[in-house]
Design a protein around this ligand. Structure first.
Ligand code: FAD
Length: 283
């Protein structure tokens, strides 16, 4: 009898969880069912810990878990490939290294950061949605504090030592937390007076951490403010350039570091597929 092939595209939290569940459900039917997981990486990435890489708390290797380890002894075959498109009629995934047929397909390709079409965000801010993004932020932070230590022009040094995280959700606040801890260390290492550093969390809504109840939210805000973080709410960013950002009320913040954690959407890959949109016009 031909085996039915279930393909899971994407080895993030959703794909790995699904593959483990399927292993459990079908392990007694190995002769009839085959489970294949395809991802462009050979490791599962702990996305929820990327801020720790960006903030130099942990090494990049500590947020990678190899698929071999995750699926050791399980009926899940992992293929490393980047899928470019899917031919739904032929039930075929077309990748860079090969093509893969399926009987059942689960698409779990995740999301990507979005700039909401705000001018300058894409060009001049740092996203935090991949290991490469996290390493980019880490490199930049080291670099800018080092440069500031040589800068004699007070205005320019102030701009270099102003760090803005846009977005007051978990990702943004976690990133602020990393900066609260790492920036004093970086400043000490480069002989920069930490008193000159400004750390700002900018949020478009009336409060940060809106998913929390009043008590934990207020506690978090009080903690951030006690440690010198300026929390700016009702502050929609409307424009960004290489050394400043502008808030809707006209306030301009001079900075060379804007970390953007304001929102995500389905991947461009999923968007390009011949699928109907979901509830909020997203795939
Ligand atoms: C710093 C940070 C902190 C966060 N904190 C939290 C938190 O506290 N709580 C929470 O619930 N969420 C948090 N999130 C969000 C959470 O990480 C995501 O919601 C989650 O990763 C989504 O899981 P997923 O499996 O759908 O997608 P992903 O984890 O993005 O996985 C998608 C996978 O698909 C693969 N892939 C995509 N396209 C292709 C292709 N064409 N070919 C081959 N492979 C492909 C990718 O390589 C990836 O492995 C945080 C995110 C960040 C960045």
């Amino acid at each position: 009898m031909d085996k039915k092939r279930i393909v899971i595209l994407g080895g993030g939290y959703a794909g790995v969880h699904a593959a483990k569940k399927m292993h459990k459900a079908f392990k007694k039917m190995k002769d009839r069912v085959e489970i294949v997981l395809i991802d462009r990486h050979n490791s599962h990435i702990l996305m929820t810990e990327l801020h720790e890489v960006a903030g130099n708390r942990v090494d990049e290797d500590s947020v990678k878990i190899s698929f071999d380890r995750i699926f050791a002894g399980k009926m899940v075959t992992v293929i490393r490939d980047e899928i470019k498109t899917i031919d739904f009629k032929k039930q075929l995934l077309i990748g860079v290294a090969g093509s893969y047929s399926y009987d059942q397909l689960l698409i779990a390709t995740g999301a990507e950061a979005t700039d909401f079409n705000i001018p300058g965000v894409k060009e001049h801010s740092f996203y935090l949605w991949s290991i490469a993004d996290a390493l980019n932020i880490k490199r930049h932070l080291k670099d800018i504090v080092m440069k500031a230590s040589y800068e004699k022009d007070e205005e320019l040094r102030k701009e270099m030592l102003t760090f803005v995280v846009a977005g007051g959700g978990f990702t943004g606040v976690e990133m602020v937390g990393e900066l609260m801890e790492w920036l004093p260390i970086l400043c000490r290492e480069h002989g920069v007076d930490y008193e000159e550093v400004q750390l700002i969390n900018v949020e478009a809504l009336g409060s940060i951490l809106n998913m929390l109840g009043d008590k934990p939210r207020n506690k978090a805000i009080a903690y951030m403010e006690k440690h010198g973080v300026r929390v700016m709410t009702n502050s929609l960013i409307v424009n960004v350039d290489a050394n400043s950002l502008t808030i809707r009320d006209g306030t301009v913040i001079k900075t060379q570091t804007l970390i953007w954690t304001c929102g995500i959407r389905g991947t461009s890959f999923a968007h390009a597929l011949e699928l109907t949109d979901g509830k909020v016009q997203r795939k």
